[in-house]
Design a protein around this ligand. Structure first.
Ligand code: ZN
Length: 216
């Protein structure tokens, strides 16, 4: 499949964000439990006036349809549950995805437990996808409230790092540590939210028509 190299940058596993998906062990949860997947190949429009998510496209290697990557997003309720790959609603094929190394290792080690069921699970999963992708997708990024998102992230981190971990390690709680942790995670959360806004959600709003069925 050939792409317009003047219009798009081609992202494969060699791109830092994609490589991060492969290497970060924590993403095993996203991949194996939540079913969040990243395609092997993404095309990113070079014109940077839109947010990254709105100028990212996923080519289907089977029918060559160029899908807006926003088709697989929380607002379309399709960001998760993609255990077997990204479903192409044009040809019914499965778009191949990257594999996180830790999930590959988990799958390898647990192989005898699931191999007998895998075929049935995949058939049942495939059956459900047509229905899942039957609604016209929303392809614009919702307004990003970086303060709210950042504080939610900070609160989750505070809960894990300051409340759950000491409990597991049987360290007990110290008021000073909790107070310092609260401040640190609130600030880290705000920083996270701000970086997300400037990075992933950067750019102006898109008013362009549906590009989901654009064929390369
Ligand atoms: Zn397809």
């Amino acid at each position: 499949m050939h792409f317009d190299k003047n219009k798009y940058k081609v992202w494969t596993w060699k791109h830092p964000l994609m490589l991060h998906w492969v290497l970060n062990p924590g993403l095993v949860v996203n991949e194996l439990i939540l079913g969040q997947r990243i395609p092997n190949v993404s095309l990113v429009e070079k014109d940077t006036r839109k947010p990254l998510a709105e100028r990212s496209f996923v080519p289907c290697p089977h029918c060559h349809t160029l899908h807006a990557s926003m088709k697989w997003s929380p607002q379309n309720k399709t960001a998760f549950g993609n255990w077997f790959g990204l479903y192409c609603d044009h040809c019914g094929g499965i778009i191949p995805c990257l594999r996180n190394l830790t999930s590959a290792l988990v799958l390898l080690l647990t192989f005898p437990l699931w191999i007998a069921f895998a075929k049935g699970w995949k058939a049942r999963w495939l059956n459900k996808q047509k229905q899942r992708f039957s609604q016209p997708p929303v392809l614009s990024v919702p307004a990003y409230n970086w303060v709210k998102e950042g504080l939610i992230f900070g609160a989750i981190m505070f809960l894990i790092m300051e409340l759950v971990l000491p409990l597991i390690n049987r360290e007990g709680y110290k008021t000073v540590d909790l107070a310092v942790g609260l401040v640190i995670w609130a600030l880290s959360g705000l920083l996270f939210g701000f970086v997300m806004k400037k990075g992933v959600f950067a750019g102006s709003r898109s008013k362009e028509p549906d590009e989901t069925r654009q064929t390369a």
